[in-house]
Design a protein around this ligand. Sequence first.
Ligand code: GLC
Length: 453
Amino acid sequence: MKKILISLLALTMALPSMGQGDVYEKSKTYEWPTDPQVVDKLKNWQDLKFGVLMHWGVYSVPGMVESWAICDEDWVTRDTTMTYQQYKEWYWGLADKFNPVKFNPDQWASVMRDAGMRYMIFTTKHHDGFCLFDSKYTDYTIARHAFRDNPKRDVLKHVLQSFRDKGFMIGEYFSKPDWHSQDYWWDVYPTKRGRNVNYDIKKWPWRWEAFKKYTYDQMEEVLTRYGKVDIFWLDGGWVCKENNQDIDLPKIATMARSHQPGLIIVDRTIHGPYENYRTPERTIPETQLDTPWESCIPLTNDWGWVPRPTWKSPAKVINTLIEVVAKGGNLVLGVGPTPEGLIEPEAVQRLEAIGRWLNKNGQALYNTTITPHYNEGRLWFTASKDGKKCYALYALPDGEQLPATLSWTGNKPKSVRLLATGRKLKAQKQGNRTTVSLPKGLKNEPIALELSL
Ligand code: GLC
């Protein structure tokens, strides 16, 4: 994160040095979509609260950070026994080793459904340009390498279908930058501009036009050949008009919504009409926000699968979800399938524990709305949409005990129940303060109270 922050900082610092005339006036505030179908879909999406963001690609084979190792920015570390050129060749060659013989998207979808997740976003193509779908416009796809003889080689189709069958809202991650494309990183020049296009677009306008067309065409493929898509999640914010890498988002959006009416478009970090929700990465906003947003946070420290990762505990994820929802957002949890094509047991076990908790307490989160007094210490509050109930959720960190009583001001209840069991709890009221004694013997995990107002 720190590295990415530094790079983002470097990018922002670089912006003022570009000719003023080139600077695109971007909105500072969130822009509500005006298309009624988009507005509706966005509202539905906001009710879901919890989703999964799945990164899968050639980087999963050695289990390393997604795509970034081939980027020549200073913060990237790589095997020092190879030259940069050799390293890139090794990386491109991973496509011939990516043969997920156990590929089982039904397992992925069952695990995520049982974890209480209700929407999904899958990497159709990451920055390295490797496509998880059978593209007409490049050979650099899973369907034309080691996995080509498998009946499920058009991976995207099977992944989306499995999740759709289980009632998920469907999202496609698509990286605007493509480091494999000769029209983005042209081998004639070194990649001295880091993550950016490596040639001068003004000098080679036809090459940039070719890149725009390639991007547009591939986007059209993933939006027409794989059934209904609800969210189009565009990563690589540096490919944008204000950074002199305009790929014509208005044109893309028109095409996209002509195929997928009401599509939620998330042109990440590019505030304006095509960022239908904001996406704070690995972080939660300081305060409640009443515009749509989603924190993306991985279950380990990495987006893709890595060997022996550092796991976040179920309680950590639940506490994060509680805070996110009380602040008005959604949480999309990063989980990377193994190079063989499964969700590994260590992940399943954690996700199951999250699901068990949500099964008992989900009513305090799904389909709720924000309430003005939303936080007091470890207590977070949400409200039912009919205004008849509030929920008080106690975020309990690992290794700590539940207190004997919970006490808060405001959100004054007529009665209080422990949501998981339905048991009525005695509430003492003193002025604006309510105090509730918790039953003895509760499991040390986050809890939810239902407050009738
Ligand atoms: C960042 C990274 C990218 C990752 C994404 C997930 O933008 O550049 O590798 O896919 O975060 O949120």
